[in-house]
Design a protein around this ligand. Structure first.
Ligand SMILES: [Zn+2]
Ligand SMILES: [Zn+2]
Length: 272
């Protein structure tokens, strides 16, 4: 069995989940996982019974200041990503999200953000984009399949997820009062519940959002009203402490530059 370009195996999300379980038992799979682990600086132990590496590729992660290239590895139970130190050889700043906590929402294409989708999880939510529509479709199909697998055959979604933070350049003035203009002295803040960019004056309140943090977090005045009157609005996404886990907190881009490479999804056992 060899790694193949995803377009060779493109297919709708499989209904039979046995493929992923069988894949996890292949020696080749165990080797691949070990190889991913070895390429990460300070990697957690990625080797686990029943785990299969389904695919990998470079995606642009839309961060607070600007999009950054990140290497993503899709397993049948977790999504791992990190900074690229040397393309294909060395990664750092490893992040792991269990798939049973992930919710995927395709985004509408815009000129600045084509081929994108939103990855939401309890602690962190962010937008990534692929190099082409085709690559996006492949990622979405494999993500869907793996999330179903991780959720035991359903696509049941985790209840509370973090808000996606609106990137800083999307607002020069507060998105709540529309009058406070941001500057070096009047800093942007993000509401942890709705993700909008707001001024300090409009975000004096704190609220406990247990999926984000054990301490109350910054929320905007609009969300303060909503959260204290839950009958008014049921939607409540969120985010945690900005310094610890903001959408751009996974460090600066390394010096390495590299051309985008197409994602690789590994041939699943039904094709053997
Ligand atoms: Zn304001
Ligand atoms: Zn808010």
């Amino acid at each position: 069995m060899h790694p193949t370009k995803s377009n060779d195996i493109r297919r709708p999300p499989a209904t039979n989940e046995d493929g992923l379980a069988q894949l996890s038992r292949l020696a080749e799979n165990v080797k691949r996982i070990k190889s991913v682990q070895d390429k990460f600086v300070n990697s957690q132990n990625l080797q686990k019974e029943g785990r299969a590496l389904v695919g990998e590729g470079i995606l642009m992660k839309v961060c607070r200041k600007k999009p950054k290239q990140r290497a993503f590895f899709l397993f049948n139970d977790i999504l791992v990503y990190g900074q690229v130190v040397i393309s294909g050889r060395k990664y750092s700043q490893q992040k792991i999200i269990p798939l049973n906590e992930i919710k995927i929402t395709p985004s509408k294409d815009t000129p600045e953000n084509p081929y994108a989708w939103l990855i939401s999880s309890p602690k962190k939510s962010f937008v990534v984009r692929a190099n082409s529509d085709r690559e996006r479709q492949e990622w979405l199909a494999h993500l869907d399949r793996c999330i179903r697998y991780a959720c035991g055959g359903t696509n049941s979604q985790h209840s509370a997820v973090a808000a996606h933070w609106v990137p800083d350049d999307k607002a020069d003035t507060c998105m709540h009062c529309h009058s406070s203009k941001f500057s070096a002295y009047n800093r942007r803040h993000h509401c942890r519940n709705c993700g909008l960019i707001i001024c300090d004056g409009c975000s004096k309140r704190r609220f406990l959002l247990p999926h984000l943090d054990s301490k109350p977090v910054r929320i905007c005045d609009a969300c303060h009203i909503k959260l204290n009157n839950p009958n008014l609005d049921e939607s409540r996404p969120t985010q945690r402490d900005r310094a610890a886990d903001s959408s751009d907190s996974d460090g600066e881009e390394g010096p390495a530059q590299f051309a985008p490479v197409p994602a690789t999804f590994y041939q699943n056992v039904e094709n053997l």
